[in-house]
Write a protein that binds this ligand. Structure first.
Ligand code: PSU
Ligand code: MN
Length: 304
């Protein structure tokens, strides 16, 4: 019933049982401005290839679940204004209505799992928003990590979120949070946060083995691998914090709610940092693509 369309490159990799890395499309349509979004998407795909795996950017296009996009589709999506932002709640409705939309972390995990892809690289996941005790704004990404067996590589969660509450909810949901190569949970634009991650791993093979072990134990859900931004691309907390505070205030003034909150904050921080947030964002996504590819390669070597 689902119309799954594989790009030529992904179909070939599947036939040859080569490692695949899923990539999301909301980061393209709602996370970065044109034309840097297209440039980023292409560079991330190239980075996955350079590191021995095949990229599968996931999106819903004209009622089809696309796993891997041809370059023209990638370009069209990057130029689309007002594309739908699809999560678990609305992915089926979009497919049923023959619609088009970009997939968030949650929806990309669903698509990846359907296609048998176990590793997914992105920038940042959604989480518990600051003030969630009032707004109840908690991203569906967290629930998805608890249910769908995909290892997600991200640069931690950004400080527009409440990091301590996000870590608490992940623990409650039984999601392993693994800091890569350090003890601290990274904070997106900064390599470290004030929080220690519950788990630490230092090599892709161990992460792949832990993923397999959860499956063997019949524990549903995935893993969150929190990969710190490269030190030379970091933005200091002291520098970004006032911009975040300002962006949060502006969101409140303009009564931004629901799905619009995260894209609004990202855009506002981009403006307030005069583009520096974007440069850092691109550096960390590329770094995550490298690690994602290494984990995907290790999954293949790991056996059952
Ligand atoms: N965080 C980022 N960049 C992004 C997103 C989050 O640094 O592009 C996107 C991802 O697609 C993520 C979604 O899944 O926002 C979360 O949205 P919400 O908070 O509405 O669940
Ligand atoms: Mn939300």
């Amino acid at each position: 019933m689902i119309d799954i369309r594989y790009s030529a490159e992904v179909a070939k990799a599947r036939a040859e049982k080569r490692p695949l890395v899923a990539l999301e499309s909301t980061i393209i349509t709602h996370g970065m401005p044109w034309p840097q979004n297209l440039e980023m998407a292409r560079r991330v795909e190239a980075t996955v290839r350079e590191n021995g795996a095949t990229p599968a950017t996931i999106a819903v296009i004209d009622g089809a679940l696309c796993v891997g996009l041809e370059d023209a589709q990638l370009e069209a999506l990057a130029q689309t204004r007002g594309a739908a932002k699809l999560s678990r709640a609305d992915m089926a409705a979009c497919l049923a209505m023959g619609g088009t939309g970009a997939t968030t972390v949650a929806a990309t995990m669903i698509g990846a799992a359907l296609a048998g892809i176990e590793v997914f690289a992105t920038g940042g996941i959604g989480g518990v928003h600051r003030g969630a005790e009032q707004s109840f704004d908690i991203s569906a990404d967290l629930q998805e990590l608890a249910r769908t067996p995909v290892t997600v590589v991200a640069a931690g969660a950004k400080a527009i979120l409440d990091l301590s509450k996000t870590l608490e909810v992940l623990e409650t949901l039984g999601v392993p949070v693994i800091a890569y190569g350090q003890d601290d949970f990274p904070a997106f634009w900064s390599a470290s946060s004030a929080f220690r991650a519950p788990l630490r791993m230092d090599d892709p093979a161990t992460i792949a083995r832990a993923h397999r072990m959860r499956r063997a134990l019949d524990i549903p859900g995935g893993q969150l691998v929190a990969n710190p931004i490269p030190r030379d691309a970091e933005i200091a907390r002291s520098e970004i914090d006032p911009m975040i505070a300002r962006a949060l205030k502006d969101a409140e003034t303009h009564k931004i709610t629901g799905k619009d909150v995260t894209p609004y904050l990202l855009q506002r921080i981009y403006e307030l940092t005069e583009g520096r947030s974007l440069t850092a964002n691109i550096a960390l996504v590329l770094n995550n693509a490298r690690l994602g590819a290494a984990i995907a390669c290790a999954m293949g070597e790991d056996g059952k």
